[in-house]
Design a protein around this ligand. Structure first.
Ligand code: ATP
Ligand code: MG
Length: 421
């Protein structure tokens, strides 16, 4: 192994170079997401990694952690303030408005990729991390919330993740939320001096977020804080009942979490998180960084970006955190290993590899390095079929040893090997 010299640049704190089993787990999460989103007929979108700073500042909210202290913002050479995206939703909302995606509404979209937040790096928390993301835009009805949650639930099941529970709450409509907010301010004002410094500040700007605090000084008061249920309008109550009824019908298990709020300003009605259950293997794997997937309804967001009122609901999940829960995933066994034990057969081996790959088989080729060592090297990758090129008579014929299971039978492989490219 060559060691980096003192002149080799160091990686940036909070970034990762993902390789080996972790990279396999990461790919498994993304591939499963891609497969399941097709079952739910979400359309794939690709989004820019940076936007004008105002896209995030205006929609996520100036008082949130993300906007107040986590954004990677910089001036470009033209003097414009740009920001590396800290989340997907705001950029997608911008795209919806600037591209006229209203014509497709209601539109179900999905994407994944890197995000950037200036946070204190620790296990499960990075400065460049990755999310999968799903949004339904232009759908006001509770069925959209249900479909979106059923997608998340099925995804977690297909990833084989167990012991993660859907925590569900409603933040009510604008009026309910305002009344609740006023009651929270009154309640927390009475104990102001005992709250964390952050929460004393939140009290004026964004009191709902005290409920989201992880500081033990705040947590002590959260249990007895006023609950949204006392303030729900009839409409908001009806909406929430329709969501929970739909989840029951779709077979999605959920539990009510009365103190659950989401960190961002734009949420209304439904808010949810998938959280490892106490004592589960998932909780042990993730430690305190425990939300794996979160989201909700954000009916107010489009207006904050100058669009007309547009109902929408979405979720995002950290790929690294999901990957930590799917466990070890070794590299797949290859279908076929092709080995040439004499340099005279190397080109033929290459040609056979091309034929097998064109026919949809995965192939590892052993036709480089010391010819006498190739066979033993090949055995170490445990292929399902071994194709040896070169017969004792000096021809480039094949001897094939295969798991005789139809797709990988010797006869079938012999056919493919001799069919034209
Ligand atoms: P947290 O409370 O853990 O900071 P959050 O509320 O900031 O999470 P969201 O903005 O809702 O997180 O992002 C959704 C998901 O993205 C999280 O549940 C988590 O899985 C993942 N995530 C968020 N921030 C990071 C990070 N810095 N590193 C890795 N994953 C992250
Ligand atoms: Mg955060």
């Amino acid at each position: 192994m060559t060691k980096p010299s003192t002149t080799t640049p160091r990686p940036i704190r909070g970034t990762q170079d993902i390789f080996g089993a972790e990279a396999e787990a990461f790919a498994f999460v993304v591939e499963t997401f891609e497969r399941v989103r097709r079952l739910y007929r979400f359309r794939r979108v690709e989004m820019p990694v940076f936007e004008r700073t105002e896209v995030f500042a205006r929609s996520i909210g100036e008082t949130t952690d993300i906007v107040s202290k986590e954004m990677y913002s910089f001036e470009d050479r033209g003097g414009e303030s740009l920001t590396l995206r800290p989340e997907f939703t705001a950029g997608i909302a911008r795209a919806y408005l600037t591209n006229g995606w209203q014509q497709y509404a209601p539109v179900k979209i999905a994407t994944h990729g890197p995000l950037f937040r200036y946070e204190r790096p620790q296990k499960g928390r990075y400065r460049q991390f990755h999310q999968i993301d799903a949004e339904i835009i232009g759908a006001a009805e509770p069925q959209a919330d249900v479909e979106l949650l059923a997608f998340a639930d099925q995804l977690l099941r297909e990833l084989g993740i167990e012991g993660v529970t859907l925590h569900l709450n409603t933040l009510g409509d604008g009026d309910s939320r305002e009344a609740w907010r006023a009651a929270l301010v009154e309640y927390f004002r009475a104990v102001r001096g005992d709250l964390s410094e952050d929460s004393q500040e939140r009290l004026e700007k964004n009191p709902l977020r005290i409920l989201d605090s992880k500081d033990p000084r705040d947590i002590a008061f959260v249990a007895d804080a006023p609950k949204i249920d006392q303030f729900l309008s009839d409409d908001a109550r009806t909406f929430f009942d329709a969501v929970t009824g739909g989840l029951d019908a779709a077979g999605v298990k959920w539990q009510r979490a009365e103190s659950l709020v989401r960190g961002l300003d734009y949420y209304r009605h439904t808010a949810f998180e998938f959280v490892p259950a106490n004592g589960s293997a998932a909780a042990a794997a993730l430690g305190s960084q425990s939300t794996v997937l979160g989201g909700g309804r954000y009916d107010g967001l489009m207006e904050s970006l100058g669009g007309s009122a547009t109902p929408a609901v979405g979720w995002a999940a950290g790929i690294e955190r999901l990957a930590m829960l799917v466990g070890e995933r070794g590299a797949d066994r290859p279908d076929i290993a092709i080995v040439s034990e004499h340099r005279a057969f190397d080109d033929s081996a290459m040609q056979y590899a091309a034929r097998f790959r064109a026919a949809g088989y995965s192939v590892e080729l052993f036709a480089t390095g010391n010819p006498r060592k190739r066979y033993d090297k090949m055995l170490r990758i445990d292929p399902r079929a071994i194709v040896k090129v070169g017969l004792p008579d000096g021809s480039d014929g094949l001897s094939i040893k295969a798991e005789e299971d139809g797709r990988l039978s010797s006869d079938r492989l012999q056919d493919v090997a001799t069919s034209p490219l």
